[in-house]
Ligand binder design. Structure first.
Ligand code: FAD
Length: 408
């Protein structure tokens, strides 16, 4: 019996578990393989909707589902946090004392947005990165906001969803214009990057828009601390920005279990081969999504695509394909620009993002995705991903190409 253990039941882990169960159906039924998924709880949150909750007033409950209902019945699910991962002994220990040995391990524990990493940030700001119910506090504040200084500030990199601070600035502008109080509100974006967005081609599109809308962008901003009483944000360079409402992108780090198990770097990011997704120095353990140290967007699309590649590598080991599959680094992050328009930040390891025109179709595509997300986790919509994003995995040896079996 071969044991595959997956730690983390978010976007990447859930999709990987379902895909593996689909691909290894017969073997699982014959008792040759088991797929075990360890998740912190039986809740699964669709995180991109946090922006809709914070800035469009959507209800947070709409975006939380029971994990056990999203899983293929052939997956064994343990809704209990992993306490320790021992890569040497090939074992995962859970908080309840369960000990799971593995032949293949997939780590998908995501990233933690942690306001406590910056002095004063927790008390002095609100955010849409620590869950939909915290995001709802922003909407409550906005409803009663009648004028003043709103600051959107990035407190550290990397963070989930690189376009999210820009989206927040544009959606704030739309919100205040629709309420007819835009001239009474000053909107500022504080970013650590040299331009409004880390990719040149995207900055070319959004900088003129910021100018037209009267949103000030402060670049090279490194947050030092926040004084919640005075309502001031301080930078490491000694700059000070006063605010009435501070929406922060908190600093992020790896999950506690990664830090505790010492399988990550000092911030808890797992050293991972950016092509094969194997954890450095291991050929039986892989990592995907936000948990890795791969210098690529921490986004759900990346977690999903990497998951597909990691699954191929696990299948290759179990089925003996003799191939190692490589991820091409495809990213595809939507950026909402307000008033029903959006762009997509799309690139691969070899191809940077290209300039593009904002469009309504792209905004419709973004909102359509939020509706098909739950279904996409089942693995039944892979044809849509292939149609829009192309093939993102290739075998290293150029040998046998593995096509995933059709959905049942
Ligand atoms: C405001 C916002 C907007 C976003 N917008 C977009 C977007 O438009 N498009 C996009 O592609 N992405 C977007 N994202 C990012 C996307 O949600 C994440 O990048 C994606 O969820 C990462 O998937 P993952 O599987 O790596 O991690 P996650 O989905 O975060 O899953 C990690 C899982 O691991 C679990 N875990 C952690 N520790 C343990 C432990 N000890 N034991 C067991 N389980 C554990 C966690 O509970 C969690 O369930 C957005 C995120 C935010 C916050």
């Amino acid at each position: 019996m071969k044991h595959v253990v997956i730690v983390g039941s978010g976007t990447g882990g859930t999709f990987a578990a379902n895909l593996l169960a689909k691909q290894l159906r017969s073997r699982i039924k014959r008792g040759e393989v088991s797929i075990e998924l360890v998740g912190e709880s039986d809740e699964h949150v669709f995180q991109p909707a946090n922006l809709d909750v914070a800035l469009k007033g959507k209800r947070p409950e709409r975006y939380v589902k029971r994990e056990s209902r999203l899983l293929n019945p052939l997956v064994k699910f343990y809704p209990e946090a992993a306490e320790k991962i021992d890569l040497g002994d090939r074992r995962v220990y859970t908080k309840t004392g369960r000990s799971l040995g593995y032949d293949y391990l997939l780590v998908a524990t995501g990233a933690v947005a942690d306001p406590s990493m910056t002095p004063g940030l927790e008390e002095g700001s609100l955010n849409f990165h620590t869950g939909p119910f915290n995001a709802a506090r922003i909407w409550e504040k906005l409803k009663g906001f009648s004028g003043g200084r709103v600051v959107v500030a990035v407190a550290g990199v990397p963070y989930k969803c690189p376009p999210s601070p820009n989206e927040a600035a544009f959606l704030l502008d739309e919100h205040f214009r629709k309420r007819g109080i835009r001239e009474r509100v000053e909107i500022k974006l504080l970013t650590p990057y040299p331009r409004a967005y880390p990719a040149e081609a995207i900055s070319e599109v959004i900088e003129p828009l910021y100018e037209r809308l009267g949103i000030e962008v402060v670049t090279f901003f490194s947050m030092d601390s926040v004084d919640p009483k005075k309502k001031v944000v301080y930078s490491l360079d000694g700059e000070e920005y006063e605010y009435d409402l501070l929406l922060a992108i908190p600093p992020h780090r790896g999950a506690d279990v990664i830090i505790r198990s010492e399988v990550g770097d000092e911030e808890g990011w797992i050293p991972t081969d950016k092509h094969t997704l194997f954890i450095k120095d291991y050929d039986d353990a892989l990592a995907i999504g936000d948990a890795t140290n791969i210098p690529i967007s921490k986004s759900g699309v990346v977690a999903h695509l990497e998951s597909g590649v990691a699954v191929l590598n696990i299948l290759s080991g179990i089925e003996g394909y003799g191939e190692v599959f490589r991820y091409n680094g495809r990213i595809n992050c939507p950026m909402e620009l307000g008033y029903g328009r959006a762009i997509f930040v799309s690139a691969t390891y070899d191809k940077p993002p290209e300039p593009q025109k904002p469009s309504r179709i792209k905004a419709i595509m973004k909102s359509t995705f939020s509706r098909i997300y739950w279904k996409a986790l089942s693995g039944d919509l892979e044809w849509i991903f292939k149609l829009f994003l192309g093939e993102c995995a290739s075998p290293t040896n150029g040998g046998k190409t593995v096509t995933l079996a059709p959905a049942r």
